[in-house]
Design a protein around this ligand. Structure first.
Ligand code: ASP
Length: 590
């Protein structure tokens, strides 16, 4: 039988359509056999419409309706009618009408699904691995469909906005040369050139810079990037970036394009206003006050340095740490003194210990003293100074960590986020977006394992002009013209002004421990291109999976990707990665 194709979708019929003859196509969301009637909720990606089957339309049709089961796919012809008074469903956009079925075609049957596709509020989701195995069923769930539709909208807004600003969307190769950018490459063997390998791009970084040399002064691409890294909750082996590059720009120009874009995306996708210009925070300040270069600014709990005060105490842990060059810093948890018992405080200590801190000191602020085990080490003037420094009032809880600086940052940064969750400082019903730039990153970080300096962003990032002279003598003090975009504690983007002078690029390669020969062998094509009239240029890449997570209000990156890998980089639906035929390997000379 030829398909009876829909005239309307399952989400659009309203009272004004009553009396109209329609055809709907969709999946059986639920069916209820009530002897005198069979009610079917028919679902497609636009919504759900109630369809009623009545015996008076013919026994054959009625019997067929009784057979219907969840997730069968059908075509129904019928007439739109008012629902009986009192039977309206205000939760459904189509809740005042129903379709009285006159004909029905079963387009396909479905065995009992391994988990419920129908979503009811408060239902717990089935095991994620099972859902990933049957992803095509999981993707039928209305909440996932809403998220992917939102992602489509986001891409469309991005394309329209950048097009309106004169950007060109250009594609760059997937099969390229391995040009290490910090992560491990996915490699592809060449059949034609046995023993040689392509690398899948970690990002289009060098191609976009070459496009600037080639004169395409405003470029963007919604680009797939691949990095063979250990998985984390907000990472996938392949992910999508909005990659962007501009010529003849300084940081301010990149900021202004990206800020306009972000405001447009939030406004058009979820109606959330983003006040511009976005605030900026220096890297050092972020590390000091929030213990992180991607701080969540939706709550306070700022970190305060109390080293100078701690130096005046008798407390050995504080003094010993300071004498060894470490830091003593703390957080004032406002009004939380009676929210944490001894056990609760022990649990907080476990949180900092997981970040390698040796321990956590605490005191509870009372009207006339700082109570707790370290009280005896704190003479009254020290107590007074501490109170003032952290703005303490009776009822507050003060938490301290004394350790090496990076451990203090990491542990108190983690503790802040932990406390915000435990004290429910964020209301999930009222989503809030705190967006900020982080600036003035160090250009290089010391790689303890390899005993050499490594690029903090990537080796093509321009050092600040005023720091360039110290490139050889004191690389650790050189700051980069680099910036990250942080939203609610997630690094959503990162970029920089690039080096466009081949001399400077060679000096940076040398600072990273590459000999001129090694630099030439790996990046000769870039050094050559920079010689042929490279304009000053800079750009950024925004992680679109993470941006979509923000817009959709999820913390699970797999929710915003149609066919994601699981936490162990496996596609549970297709079984990738999987063995291949011996013949295929032989052809590749493997
Ligand atoms: N290519 C960089 C990255 O993927 C971003 C950039 O500097 O534009 O992180």
């Amino acid at each position: 039988m030829p398909l009876v194709r829909r005239t309307r979708t399952c989400g659009e019929l309203r009272e004004s359509d009553v009396g109209e003859s329609v055809v709907l196509n969709g999946w059986v969301n639920t069916s209820r056999d009530q002897n005198l009637f069979v009610f079917v909720d028919l679902r497609d990606r636009y919504g759900v419409t109630q369809v009623v089957f009545e015996p008076e339309r013919g026994q054959e049709l009625f019997d067929a309706a009784r057979e219907l089961r969840s997730e069968w796919v059908i075509s129904v012809k019928g007439t739109v009618a008012h629902r009986l008074p009192g039977k309206e469903n205000p939760k459904l956009a189509t809740g005042t009408i129903e379709v009285k079925a006159e004909e029905m075609q079963v387009l396909n049957r479905c065995p009992t699904p391994p988990f419920a596709v129908t979503e009811f509020p408060g239902d717990e989701l089935a095991n994620e691995d099972l859902r990933l195995q049957y992803r095509y069923l999981d993707l039928r769930r209305p909440s996932l469909q809403r998220t992917l539709m939102l992602r489509h909208r986001m891409n469309k807004v991005i394309r329209d906005y950048l097009d309106s600003q004169g950007f060109l969307e250009l594609e760059t190769p997937l099969l390229g040369r391995s040009t290490p950018e910090g992560a491990r490459d996915y490699l592809v063997p060449s059949r034609v050139w046995p023993g040689n390998w392509y690398a899948l791009p970690q990002s289009p970084q060098l191609y976009k810079q070459l496009l600037m040399v080639a004169g395409y002064d405003k470029y963007f691409q919604i680009a797939r990037c691949l990095r063979d890294e250990d998985q984390r909750a907000d990472r996938q082996p392949e992910f999508t970036q909005l990659d962007l590059e501009m010529s003849y720009v300084e940081m301010e120009h990149v900021f202004s394009v990206v800020e306009g874009l972000i405001a447009e995306v939030f406004a058009k996708c979820i109606g959330a206003p983003v006040p511009l210009p976005l605030p900026r925070l220096q890297y050092e300040d972020a590390m000091l006050r929030f213990g992180s270069d991607k701080p969540d600014l939706r709550f306070g709990l700022e970190i305060v340095d109390v080293g100078d005060i701690a130096a005046q105490t008798e407390f050995k842990v504080f003094r010993g740490t300071l004498e060894a060059g470490g830091k003593v810093r703390g957080i004032n948890v406002k009004g939380a003194a009676d929210k944490f018992s001894r056990k609760g405080l022990d649990e907080l200590e476990q949180v900092v210990k997981r970040s390698n801190a040796k321990g956590m000191a605490w005191t509870k602020v009372e009207a006339d003293k700082l109570a707790g085990p370290i009280e005896k080490f704190l003479p009254p003037p020290v107590q007074q100074a501490l109170r003032q420094r952290v703005g303490a009032e009776p009822g507050d809880l003060l938490l301290f960590v004394a350790d090496k600086e990076d451990v203090v940052c990491q542990s108190l940064g983690t503790l802040r986020v932990h406390l915000a969750a435990q004290l429910k400082l964020l209301d999930p019903a009222k989503p809030e977006f705190k967006i900020t730039w982080i600036l003035d990153f160090p250009s290089f970080i010391w790689d303890e394992e390899e005993k050499r300096w490594a690029a903090n962003h990537h080796p093509f990032t321009a050092p600040k002009d005023e720091d360039l002279a110290r490139l050889e003598s004191d690389p650790g003090s050189v700051r980069a013209k680099a910036y990250d975009l942080v939203i609610n504690g997630y690094e959503v983007g990162g970029g920089s002004i690039r080096i466009h002078d081949p001399e400077v690029q060679s000096r940076v390669f040398a600072a990273l421990g590459m000999t001129p020969e090694q630099a030439r062998q790996r990046f000769g094509f870039l050094l050559d291109a920079l010689k042929y009239g490279a304009p000053p240029h800079g750009g950024i890449a925004l992680g679109l999976d993470r941006l979509a997570m923000m817009l959709a209000g999820t913390t699970n990156i797999r929710d915003v990707i149609a066919f994601p890998k699981n936490q162990r980089a496996r596609d549970l639906m297709t079984g990738a990665p999987a063995p291949v035929d011996r013949k295929q390997l032989k052809e590749l000379g493997l």
